[in-house]
Write a protein that binds this ligand. Structure first.
Ligand SMILES: Cc1cc2nc3c(=O)[nH]c(=O)nc-3n(C[C@H](O)[C@H](O)[C@H](O)COP(=O)(O)OP(=O)(O)OC[C@H]3O[C@@H](n4cnc5c(N)ncnc54)[C@H](O)[C@@H]3O)c2cc1C
Length: 425
């Protein structure tokens, strides 16, 4: 398959912009299209864990991110059953990794930052208000069908990268299933000004409770915080918003303290992965490839690792440094990281936050404090998102890694990324 370096990225979310920037820096001719009029401002990701900081560093935006973000070091788990709380301090990673901290800022600000860098490159362009509709592909090119100002347009490229979010039109055009399930609840994400620090909240907090579980995290140093909690699917969005005051009475450490609600939005949450992340010249990344509940912050954290591997794999193609097979590896390994690591971890974290059975809640608490009592386990927990980076490419990956995966797990990821293997047993 001829390499060619003309790339169209569909979706100017953080994943698409990161990929566009990395590829443009590697010399590709990149066009980003997005159906919106500008960067989406809804309250979503705002916590950047060490593995993400490394990728931001790789594309040269970490110093800017450090300027706009608030530094976070402490994570605390609150157990309402016993009233105990305990936590991790990322200062403990000093000397082990240069990324011994967490950054906090809205993902829209990350998108702004990436966009600014992208616009400065002569070989990159962005087209807003342009919706992807479909594509056709041959051996040597892909043609996109777009809609702009009510008119149909066509655009030719060597590669199409779908980063158009969980409802991805690119994934649908590929005819690929989004395997998994949707939770029967919605997550309410609220941004508010409130003095959590006065009540000894850490920069990041998870509060375990079957009814009033919540995630509480700092967004900036000016008193803005994210509080996310569960709501019923049976309520309308208006009813959910109307209930915020009532929910805050139970959730805020002292509801008589003044607060200012800045933004609120609810989201359906999923555990889903595309059955494959590649079809010839078309690749998927970020939420277009996989969607998870946000507890643990593994959604964009996974998308950033997709971006990192895709930048390396595709730019190696342009520079004739890698076989086409490196893109099959991208599709295989990124799917494995999501299906085997990110998604089960997020499901388990969600269970621990919402667990109703007292015996299990006690066991969760005991397990957490046992982890805190062992410095090696604590370190592993803080470095755990680096596992989402996956394994390094090797030419014999089908004979080595895939065979090993088959032995270890019966080929959970079989049939994906151009790999067809039988389930063991
Ligand atoms: C409440 C909440 C909190 C979260 N917190 C975290 C967190 O702390 N850490 C974390 O890692 N993750 C978190 N996530 C997940 C994170 O927000 C997503 O993983 C992230 O937005 C994915 O980025 P993306 O660029 O892949 O897709 P998106 O951000 O969804 O961007 C998709 C883009 O594609 C465009 N688009 C869509 N369709 C088309 C089309 N047909 N044509 C052209 N353009 C199109 C859209 O306009 C949009 O700009 C959270 C999610 C939620 C809901």
């Amino acid at each position: 398959m001829a390499a060619g370096n003309k790339v169209v990225v569909v979706g100017a979310g953080p994943t698409g912009l990161l990929i566009a920037l990395g590829l443009a820096q590697a010399g590709a001719e990149v066009t980003v299209i997005d159906k919106g009029e500008g960067v989406l401002r809804s309250p979503r990701a705002m916590v950047y864990l060490p593995s993400t900081l490394k990728v931001l560093d790789d594309v040269g935006v970490l110093e800017d991110a450090k300027r706009i973000g608030a530094f976070g070091y402490r994570f605390t788990q609150h157990f309402l059953l016993s009233g105990q709380k305990g936590g991790l301090d990322f200062h403990d990673l000093e000397g082990i990794t240069p990324y011994s901290y967490i950054l906090h800022f809205g993902q829209d600000e990350l998108a702004d930052l990436l966009l600014e860098r992208l616009k400065a490159l002569p070989n990159a362009a962005i087209q807003w208000a342009t919706a992807f509709q479909g594509y056709t592909q041959s051996d040597d090119k892909v043609q996109l069908q777009l809609e702009r100002d009510g008119c149909e347009e066509f655009l030719d490229a060597d590669w199409l990268i779908g980063c158009d979010g969980a409802g991805s039109a690119v994934r649908k055009a590929m005819g690929v299933q989004f395997e998994g399930f949707t939770w029967d609840e919605v997550f309410m994400a609220t941004n508010l000004i409130y003095d959590f620090e006065k009540f000894d909240y850490a920069d990041n907090n998870m509060v375990a409770d079957p009814d009033d579980w919540r995630v509480v995290a700092k967004i900036n140093n000016d008193g803005l915080w994210r509080v996310a909690y569960g709501e019923s699917t049976e309520l309308t969005e208006e009813q959910r918003v109307a209930r915020i005051t009532e929910r805050f009475k139970r959730i805020l450490p002292d509801p008589s303290e003044p607060y200012e609600l800045v933004l609120a939005n609810s989201y359906r949450v999923h555990q889903r992965s595309a059955e494959t992340y590649r079809s010839g010249r078309v690749l998927l990344a970020g939420d277009a490839a996989h969607a998870t509940n946000p507890i643990g912050g593994l959604g964009l954290t996974s998308g950033v690792q997709d971006a990192s591997l895709l930048i390396k794999s595709l730019s190696a193609q342009f520079n004739n440094q890698a076989a086409d097979d490196a893109l099959d590896w991208y599709a295989y390994e990124r799917r494995r990281c999501f299906v085997e690591i990110a998604s089960p971890t997020a499901i388990e974290l969600k269970r621990r936050m919402q667990e109703r059975e007292p015996a299990k809640r006690q066991a969760d608490e005991a397990g957490f404090f046992a982890m805190l009592g062992n410095s090696e386990y604590k370190r592993k927990a803080m470095l755990s998102t680096f596992d989402l980076a996956g394994r390094p490419y090797r030419e014999d990956w089908r004979q080595s890694y895939v065979a090993e995966d088959l032995r270890n797990n019966g080929g959970i990821v079989s049939g994906h990324g151009g790999v067809t293997i039988e389930r063991a047993g």
